[in-house]
Design a protein around this ligand. Structure first.
Ligand SMILES: NC(=O)c1ccc[n+]([C@@H]2O[C@H](COP(=O)([O-])OP(=O)(O)OC[C@H]3O[C@@H](n4cnc5c(N)ncnc54)[C@H](OP(=O)(O)O)[C@@H]3O)[C@@H](O)[C@H]2O)c1
Length: 272
């Protein structure tokens, strides 16, 4: 596969992570360009990654195979409407913006190949996970290009239906915050049990990291791993029974439903 030429519209946090990931994969700086409305942001990204930057979005996309829309959802409509006259038929548009549907993007840019992605914040450390959905115009080669882009910052998983993006948002998009909440709660509980705060925090963090690494490396699912560490009438069982008696699983389901519902609601509002 030849290296696609990639143009980023909006050179903020997510674009910087993706560019860093691509550069780390050995993609030449000449194959990447970015535009941003902020001069400071342009100098920063150009100094960090050695790429060419532009104040004009229309100029940045010239000659690009892939155009990554890495701006906030609130400015997407205006940016797309300005780009519409300059964009070529063969150019793949990859949007990483939350809550902007392919239909909205097509209504602003015209009918075309679009991949919509939902990455998450650990992408900043190249430890992210993304859900990707491509519309029917996306060719197999373009699918590979989008996958290569998102794999630069973590795991990239394809979805069959665009509506599943709301579920991805609920599980992994918003997911890091759920783990942060559990980390906060366990640290506070450890402190109440008599540990110094810093010790409780380190124990919690390294337990979360170790458990996640163990689950990722394992060939059995999380329920089996849990069963293996839960001895009958032991300490783990005492805690798990307490979680379950108060409806832990139902609460998690309710929380994720609320996130998915909100994602669909925002898409409705932002896509107007
Ligand atoms: N960060 C995450 O973890 C994450 C996760 C999933 C999805 N996303 C999505 O990724 C997208 C980018 O997020 P981010 O965190 O990277 O945002 P960000 O840091 O604010 O980056 C966006 C950049 O685009 C610039 N910009 C705004 N309007 C522009 C325009 N008309 N033309 C060119 N550049 C323009 C912004 O400049 P100003 O600062 O001057 O506005 C900013 O430098 C969002 O749509 C978000 O939903 C982010």
């Amino acid at each position: 596969m030849t290296t696609p030429r990639i143009a980023f519209i909006g050179a903020g946090n997510m674009a910087a992570s993706l560019i860093g990931g691509l550069r780390a994969q050995g993609i030449d700086a000449n194959a990447i360009r970015a535009s941003d409305r902020g001069a400071e942001q342009r100098s920063k990204i150009s100094a960090e990654h050695g790429i060419e930057t532009f104040a004009s979005n229309a100029e940045a996309i010239q000659g690009a195979d892939v155009i990554v829309l890495s701006i906030k959802p609130q400015v997407m409509k205006e940016v797309c409407q300005d780009l519409a006259a300059h964009i070529g038929e063969q150019q793949l548009v990859v949007s990483i913006a939350a809550g902007i549907s392919c239909a909205s993007l097509e209504s602003w840019l015209g009918p075309r190949a679009i991949v919509r992605c939902m990455p998450n914040t650990p992408a900043l450390l190249r430890q992210g996970v993304s859900g990707l959905y491509g519309n029917v115009q996306v060719s197999p080669a373009q699918r590979q290009q989008a996958e290569q882009l998102l794999s630069a910052v973590g795991l990239a998983l394809w979805l069959d239906q665009e509506a599943q993006i709301d579920a991805v948002t609920a599980v992994s998009g918003s997911g890091p915050a759920y783990f942060f909440l559990l980390i906060e709660a366990m640290t506070a509980a450890g402190e109440k049990l008599g540990l110094p705060r810093e010790t409780a925090a380190q124990l919690t963090l390294h337990t979360a990291l170790g458990a996640a690494r163990m689950a990722v490396a394992s060939d059995v699912d999380a329920s089996e791993l849990r069963r293996r560490v839960t001895s009958p009438a032991g300490t783990t069982e005492a805690a798990i029974k307490t979680f379950q008696a108060d409806g832990f699983e139902a609460l998690v389901e309710k929380a994720l439903n609320a996130a998915a519902h909100r994602s669909a609601e925002l898409a409705e509002q932002l896509g107007q």
